[in-house]
Design a protein around this ligand. Structure first.
Ligand SMILES: Nc1nc2c(c(=O)[nH]1)N[C@H]1C(S)=C(S)[C@@H](COP(=O)(O)OP(=O)(O)OC[C@H]3O[C@@H](n4cnc5c(=O)[nH]c(N)nc54)[C@H](O)[C@@H]3O)O[C@H]1N2
Ligand SMILES: Nc1nc2c(c(=O)[nH]1)N[C@H]1C(S)=C(S)[C@@H](COP(=O)(O)OP(=O)(O)OC[C@H]3O[C@@H](n4cnc5c(=O)[nH]c(N)nc54)[C@H](O)[C@@H]3O)O[C@H]1N2
Ligand SMILES: [Mo]
Length: 773
């Protein structure tokens, strides 16, 4: 596919996509990835089992799986993820014989994963600069020996949100038995802002909404979440809500196609007639980082209307009973909102007073509202403030803890939320340590572990000696790629449990291991038979998942078996710790989880295959606020935007985006269909008026420089980008994740959760001089 950005620019055109999300385009999208990935025979049959009881749970996003499932309960991107995992290509020891690690560093992320499924454990051999074949016994024994030698506190056990609850529980147990809480997770780059920020204001670290709420709500207010690409199965309930008259109001700097219109690819009528459902009733393209001001504007409108109602003796607009009974901080906030100046709100949000009043009017005309959000709120320096503002808005009208309403963070990886639930956490305060003591007869470590950015800082300082990784691709996912990569080679040990080759494997420590694991669609056969695993979705429902495919290689082990193998080789024998027994039958592990978390997981094994999953409950939904004050907290903002830098001439806010053809650092291909960008990811999207004002020209090649005022900020740069005019607010520009990660400072993150601020990176832009001949 050829790069279309330069071509369009020459013709003076802006990339865009006119067709609805879903529809035939989504089928073509699946077909293209299927072509690339050359899946094994019978994948269509596997897809039919996806997200249904007795089948396997999609490894793509964490969107809930409804009890009343459809014949095809998968979406374009879920299908791509499955097809990608079930490729017939294999990345074998023979492949590694042919390529040095240094050579592979010149390959793109796409090319690396296109080598196919990893098949055997591989050990890095520094002398030949190659990975060489090893046995599992060698791998476990070597890694165990190194762990025994190291101080546990100098090691980090990272996990990306893929692995099931059983493997994750044992992984966390392994870390604690070994002696540390260094259990950072991918959510440290993602919804950690929610885990910390939402917890602070409503006492729940996860959303309060359940499936039935989607069917009862009067309106969805969307802030910075892109369902068309990242949770496409959300589009159907949205379309259904729209068809029954619910309102959808969107705040996003970009016009994301999934939030504009949708044709359900599984509705024959819609497919044949092309009849689309318009999704957003109103769409507001605010500045990146402008949500604090925008939401303040909405709240100001609500308060104004309530003041008017009180004066005229009309019906109250604010739910005063809810405020009095359930919240703190209201008085201070409403004074602040009353006094706030519309012109400041307009400047900070990039939206007009008229627009915000209009959106405020929709908000107050709906009895039950769901506030949806994603990375557009969490990945900012003041991401937690963004979330607190959304909670303010919801609280004003009692929209938490009533049917059809609530706060709905849409989580990323398929089990990212669940891993936290069962103990993958760097915070000992979140762990049932008494239970661990009682069950396994040891003293759990009580010191705070690292979040991922702290872990990397400590790695750079030489304080971390080993990184074990349960899935994921940290070298690509983190900010400051260059520094991260350099620091990894100095580690004593890197060991990665993975399905596919990625860039993080190419920076082995002095001892480097790739430990290949089964994918979720594959049969996990252990001594007592085939095993189920389980995952938790965004609505806190737990689902059993069982694979039906033959494993990609006879040498693969399950994630749980690998974790148990490593633990057994590292730890002294303990009669209460039965790695072999647990590996033989995962239901024993579920019993342990139940024993640790009896409220959430009672009757776990019996409930494993409940359609729609079993709900583990949510206190905030019951209006029980597990906060410091015992109430929901209404927060008065200390600033009007969620960036920690001021606007100035020549400084832009860079947003990093996911294309419709990637899953995080896995790049399926080069087609971002919904944004009309084909054949390239090396683009920077910019408003034409900004291009003109900067004296640049559409289609030319530019370099971005970090502009974050830290001493080495200016050294971060990314060149070779095609300047692409785009429908985006002035001052905000956009590029792709992970390519742009070199530009983000490691500590440029949310104040309280440290989530990297990947949606507000201060940058400068410069024309690249043409090479002279
Ligand atoms: N196919 C596919 N599915 C995925 C993933 C994937 O990469 N591919 N990743 C998974 C993971 S781990 C996660 S966390 C989720 C991520 O899913 P999302 O939460 O949707 O994350 P992003 O696509 O990074 O960004 C969401 C939106 O935020 C908007 N935005 C940027 N800045 C702002 C702002 O300041 N304010 C507002 N209101 N909006 C803003 C962007 O334009 C974008 O539309 O998806 C999961 N699902
Ligand atoms: N600039 C910028 N940076 C970002 C973001 C952003 O929006 N902008 N988003 C952030 C977010 S939300 C997240 S969650 C992180 C993601 O960071 P990570 O979770 O670390 O990265 P992934 O790309 O999801 O990991 C991909 C690798 O996981 C392995 N894998 C795939 N499936 C499995 C499996 O079933 N089991 C095992 N063991 N391994 C598997 C494969 O080897 C694959 O190469 O990136 C963050 N980084
Ligand atoms: Mo994520």
């Amino acid at each position: 596919m050829t790069d279309n950005a330069k071509e369009l620019a020459k013709e003076g055109k802006t990339p865009h996509y006119d067709s609805p999300a879903g529809g035939w385009g989504s089928l073509r999208g699946i077909a293209e990835v299927t072509d690339e990935a050359s899946p094994e025979f019978g994948v269509a049959d596997t897809l039919r089992r996806q997200n249904k009881p007795g089948g396997f749970m999609c490894t793509s996003c964490a969107w809930p799986k409804p009890a009343n499932y459809h014949p095809f309960e998968f979406c374009e991107n879920g299908a791509k993820a499955t097809v990608w995992e079930l490729t017939s290509d294999r990345c074998t020891p023979e492949f590694f014989e042919q390529h040095t690690v240094s050579e592979l560093r010149n390959w793109t992320d796409h090319e690396l994963e296109m080598t196919g499924r990893l098949t055997e454990p591989m050990r890095y051999d520094a002398a030949s600069d190659r990975y060489v074949r090893a046995s599992w016994e060698e791998a476990f024994s070597a890694i165990g020996t190194t762990f025994k030698r190291l101080d546990p506190k100098s090691t980090v056990f990272y996990s990306s949100g893929h692995a099931g609850l059983e493997a994750s529980y044992l992984y966390a147990l392994f870390a604690r038995l070994y002696g540390h809480n260094n259990l950072p997770q991918s959510s440290n780059m993602c919804h950690e802002t929610t885990s910390v920020g939402l917890k602070k204001v409503i006492g729940s670290s996860v959303g309060t909404v359940i499936w039935d709420d989607l069917e009862e709500t009067d309106a969805f207010f969307f802030f910075g979440q892109n369902p068309g690409t990242n949770s496409p199965r959300f589009l159907r309930p949205l379309a259904e809500a729209k068809q029954r008259g619910a309102k959808i109001v969107t705040f996003n700097p970009l016009r994301e196609q999934g939030l504009v219109s949708f044709v359900d690819p599984q509705s024959p009528v819609q497919m044949m007639t092309g009849k689309e459902t318009k999704i957003s009733h109103r769409y507001y393209q605010l500045k990146s980082g402008g949500d604090v001001a925008a939401i303040l504007g909405l709240c100001k409108y609500v308060i104004e209307k309530d003041d008017e109602a009180q004066k005229s003796g009309g019906h109250r607009v604010i739910d005063q009973d809810f405020i009095d009974q359930h919240t703190t901080g209201f008085d201070e906030f409403i004074e602040f909102a009353r006094a706030a100046d519309w012109s400041d709100i307009e400047k900070a949000s990039g939206l007009s007073e008229t627009d915000l009043r209009e959106a405020g009017h929709i908000y107050i005309s709906c009895e039950r509202v769901i506030g949806v959000y994603g990375m557009g709120l969490t990945q900012h320096s003041h991401g937690a403030l963004n979330i607190a503002m959304l909670v303010n808005l919801l609280c004003l009208r009692g929209n938490i803890g009533k049917d059809g309403a609530g706060c709905c963070p849409v989580r990323g990886h398929s089990n990212v939320q669940g891993q936290r639930t069962v103990g993958i956490s760097e915070k000992p305060s979140l762990i049932p340590n008494d239970k661990l003591r009682e069950l396994f007869g040891f003293e759990p470590p009580m010191d705070q572990g690292y979040v991922i950015t702290e872990a990397l800082q400590a790695t750079m300082k030489g304080e971390v000696k080993a990184i074990l990784s349960l899935g994921g691709n940290l070298c690509r996912a983190l900010p400051e790629r260059d520094k991260v990569e350099q620091s990894w080679s100095a580690l004593d040990l890197t060991a990665m449990i993975s399905t596919k080759l990625n860039r993080s494997h190419l920076f082995p420590g002095k001892e480097g291991w790739i430990l290949p694991c089964l994918g979720r669609a594959e049969i996990d056969r252990q001594a007592t038979g085939n095993q189920y695993v389980s995952v938790e979705d965004s609505f806190s429902c737990i689902h059993g998942s069982v694979g039906h495919r033959s494993p990609a290689s006879e040498h693969l082990k399950s994630e749980l078996a690998i974790v148990a193998g490593l633990a057994k080789a590292t730890l002294p024998a303990n009669p209460k710790v039965k790695w072999d027994e647990w590996t033989a039958d995962y239901s024993h592990v579920r019993n342990l989880i139940e024993a640790c978390y009896p409220d959430d997981f009672h009757d776990y094994n019996a409930r494993l295959n409940e359609p729609g999953g079993f709900w583990r409950g949510n206190s905030a939904r019951e209006r029980i606020w597990e906060t410091e004050s015992g109430k929901a907290v209404i927060t008065t903002p200390d600033q009007l935007h969620s960036r920690n830098f001021e606007e100035r001439d020549g400084r832009y806010i860079l947003v990093t985006l996911r294309s419709n053809d990637q899953f995080n650092t896995t790049i399926y291909g080069y087609s971002d269909r919904f944004r009309g960008i084909e054949g390239t990811r090396d683009v920077v999207l910019m408003n034409q008026a900004d291009i003109d004002a900067a004296g640049l020209e559409a289609g030319e090649t530019v370099t971005l420089f970090s502009d974050d005022d830290t001493p080495d900020g200016g050294n971060r740069r990314l060149g070779g980008l095609t300047l692409t005019p785009y429908n985006i607010p002035r001052g905000t520009i956009a590029g792709y994740y992970p390519e742009c990660n070199v530009l983000i400072g490691l500590m440029h993150g949310d104040e309280i959760s440290k989530t990297p601020a990947s949606k507000s990176i201060p940058v400068r832009i410069e024309r690249e001089e043409k090479p002279s001949h």
